[in-house]
Design a protein. Structure first.
Length: 748
């Protein structure tokens, strides 16, 4: 519960006045007690709030209303007056000035300084707002009051400049030399401060009571004894948990390195360390183009620098692979030293060096193998020397054309001197430092490049936040708790490139394990391509960012929902969105509910057929007809490719039930022509017709239907064995008017 502690203490008002009488002058003044009366019709109160440095913060220079008159005494409430100016805490000074307006002047009817004497103790005041008659009459009246009244010894009047600044005046006179422009002459107690000059405005006041001032300190405290507010516990049900990130398992250095021996080396651990050492976001850079990442440095020098680093890695690797003849702990410790040196070099790779070392593209360092993880050719290999010669030529040509290289700022006579090669190398290193800044500055505009490709346009590391900045919610996938190898490299920690969780590549699948059996990896590019799970997640975000305009425009419609499903890789043939209502969807020209259909098809034009286990015996007999105790039927549909052009396709086997020696065959009996035989004639109206035959091979019994089976439509077929031991063949299709047409025949 909040409480206020208020401390109000009166202070000497002299502390706040701009001018005061000197001690010597005070001794010359006679003192006596006088009673004055505050008349609200003539007198007024000035109120000011000051900080501890006496700087005015707020105030009311005229007509302060917050006071009461009780028994001829003016009563004020310092705390209430301070809080009325919205000061509810802290330490302040407040000042009350009790004044009377003179010469018909006020804050709205002011004089201005027309002349100032050399010693700045005499002023001539003029005005444009006070009538001349009032100036003459009131000035003479006030002058006579000062010079002749018995009260002359204690009449104080001031020039009020506002903001709690009042200058002591000791005498006044009227200058009516020019009756059309009377002025007032003022004698000051002290020289006019330098902050006031010609045309400064003021008004004349008389002090009717002594100024009062207070020091007020307001402290807000909380009384925890009366009311204690306990903090609530964490809310784990907040939706933001799944929108930003899910908690990941705890990994230490040991668990990250486990099973790394599966790959035969520590190269993948080095690669992970290199990725984790990156201090900035990964922006989209095409390292096959020098102009995309080199601006101030030298392409040739950076290529040579990588060659030097790779030579060191080969040397350290050779030293670490020396097998000791005995289990000598000192030699094992030495191997760890070489491995640490290799790790240090790879961890500190920049983006270009990482690309050369780990990529298998033609512009990267030549690789020994075609499947990841890749191994680099030795620096002494003839293949490397050929590749290096070609790359050096391209790099040198780029450097010669790059007018922005920092080394160009070095004078020619310094660059031409071989003794300054180390200095030129240093300048190129500085240029590489600024290149790292330049590529980020250059990439700022790419934030608005909604390219859906992963490594182009807006950086894949900031695309999720860019979507959130636009006010949209996005959610994490189920891969966010995977290990670092699967997330960043595309491998599992056991060394498999099958980087999808909850699957297995071996049979049998353990019962109750929840695993799915997958023995073939299919990718959209190379069969050796790796797809890190982190990239899969960010690729979806890039698709969303790329399609934001249409997603927002089509929000809440079947098209918008289908587009969102397509972004996540779910085609409309797997999950369809149906919108109910509107016209009859069976009509030919009704496209309100049109969807693409996906169908598996089996071509029956070859010698193959579909084998159907048609009959199931109820006893232990041979499966003859008289052992069937209930009806049994098979229903399926088929579609031909149209009028066959190959004579071998005239006769097709649709299905075969070997247990019952039953055959379903399709025979083309049409003319085979799609047009008339002579000019102006029409095609044969039965050119798409054929015969569907249902044959019992053992008895020769058959049933047939003659219909346009070769019109390219889907035909539904059902052959049924009923309780009366009769076979029935039935077929049907939807015509162009949405009407189901069917026919049937009995097996003879």
């Amino acid at each position: 519960m909040e409480e206020k502690i208020v401390n109000i203490k009166p202070v000497d008002p002299v502390f706040f006045q701009s001018q005061n009488y000197s001690v010597a002058d005070r001794d010359l003044l006679s003192s006596f007690t006088s009673t004055t009366t505050f008349n609200p019709n003539e007198d007024y109160i000035e109120y000011f709030v000051l900080d501890l440095n006496k700087k005015v913060l707020s105030g009311n220079v005229y007509g302060f209303p917050n006071y009461r008159i009780i028994d001829d005494n003016v009563v004020v409430d310092p705390q209430k007056d301070l809080e009325s100016f919205s000061y509810t805490g802290g330490k302040y000074y407040t000042v009350y000035n009790f004044l009377k307006l003179k010469l018909n002047s006020s804050p709205s009817r002011t004089f201005y300084i027309q002349e100032i004497s050399i010693d700045r103790t005499e002023l001539r005041l003029n005005t444009t707002t006070i009538p001349n008659e009032d100036i003459v009459n009131l000035t003479q009246e006030f002058e006579n009051q000062i010079n002749t009244s018995v009260q002359r010894s204690y009449i104080d009047f001031y020039l009020n400049f506002g903001n709690n600044v009042r200058i002591i005046a000791i005498n006044i006179a009227l200058d009516n030399t020019n009756p059309g422009d009377p002025t007032v002459l003022i004698k000051l107690y002290e020289p006019l401060p330098s902050e006031f000059t010609y045309n400064t405005q003021c008004w004349v006041v008389e002090q009717v009571a002594r100024t009062i001032a207070y020091q007020i300190e307001i402290t807000n405290v909380f009384n925890f004894e009366d009311q204690f507010n306990y903090l609530q516990g964490p809310n784990f049900n907040l939706s933001i948990q799944d929108q930003i990130n899910n908690s990941t398992p705890y990994y230490n250095q040991t668990s990250l390195q486990q099973n790394i021996s599966t790959f035969g080396s520590s190269s993948l651990l080095y690669q992970i360390n290199s990725l984790l050492a990156e201090k900035g976001i990964e922006i989209s850079i095409d390292y096959s183009k020098y102009s995309d990442f080199i601006h101030f440095s030298s392409a040739q020098t950076r290529l040579e620098n990588f060659y030097y680093k790779l030579s060191l890695i080969e040397q350290y690797t050779a030293n670490s692979n020396i097998s000791p003849l005995t289990s000598n702990p000192y030699i094992s410790a030495s191997q760890n030293i070489w491995n640490d040196k290799i790790n240090e070099i790879i961890t500190n790779f920049d983006g270009y060096e990482y690309y050369l070392y780990y990529s298998s593209e033609s512009y990267a360092w030549p690789k020994l193998n075609s499947t990841p993880p890749y191994s680099n050719y030795p620096t002494t290999s003839s293949i490397v020397l050929t590749w290096l010669e070609n790359q050096s030529f391209s790099a040198s040509y780029f450097d010669s054309e790059n007018k922005d290289a920092l080394v160009n700022a070095v004078p020619d006579y310094l660059r031409d001197d071989p003794e300054n090669d180390s200095y030129s190398l240093f300048v190129q290193m500085v240029g590489q430092h600024f290149d790292n800044i330049w590529i980020y500055l250059k990439d700022i505009s790419n934030k608005f490049d909604a390219d859906n490709r992963l490594d182009f346009g807006i950086s894949k590391d900031i695309v999720a936040q860019a979507i959130r900045d636009l006010g949209l919610k996005i959610y994490q996938n189920n891969f966010s708790t995977g290990d670092l190898y699967s997330a960043l490299l595309g491998y599992t920690i056991s060394g498999s490139n099958l980087n999808i969780p909850n699957i297995t590549g071996s049979l049998p699948v353990p019962s109750g394990s929840g695993l799915e059996y997958i023995n073939t990896v299919i990718t959209a590019s190379s069969p050796n391509a790796l797809e890190p799970l982190d990239d899969i997640n960010k690729e979806i975000y890039k698709r969303i960012y790329h399609n934001l305009p249409i997603l927002l425009k089509k929000k809440g419609t079947p098209e918008g929902l289908q587009l969102l499903l397509n972004i996540y890789g779910v085609p409309e043939t797997i999950l369809r969105i149906n919108e109910f209502g509107g016209k009859i969807t069976r009509l030919t020209n009704d496209w309100d509910n049109f969807v693409d259909q996906f169908n598996y098809e089996y071509f029956t034009t070859s010698s193959g057929y579909v084998e159907v286990p048609l009959l199931i015996a109820s006893g232990s007999g041979s499966g003859s007809f008289n052992e069937i105790t209930s009806s049994f039927s098979i229903e399926f549909r088929f579609k031909t490719t149209g009028i066959p052009t190959d004579p071998n396709a005239y006769n097709q086997i649709i299905a075969y039930a070997p247990e019952n020696d039953l055959l379903l065959a399709l025979e083309y009996t049409g003319s085979g022509y799609i047009s008339g035989s002579y000019s102006g004639s029409i095609p044969d109206p039965y050119n798409t017709w054929g015969t569907l035959k249902f044959i019992e091979l053992s008895s020769g019994a058959s049933s047939s239907l003659y219909l346009p089976f070769f019109n390219g439509n889907w035909w539904s077929v059902m052959y049924n064995f009923n309780d009366e031991f009769n076979w029935i063949l039935e077929t049907g299709f939807w015509d162009d008017n949405g009407i189901w047409i069917s026919t049937e025949n009995w097996l003879d």
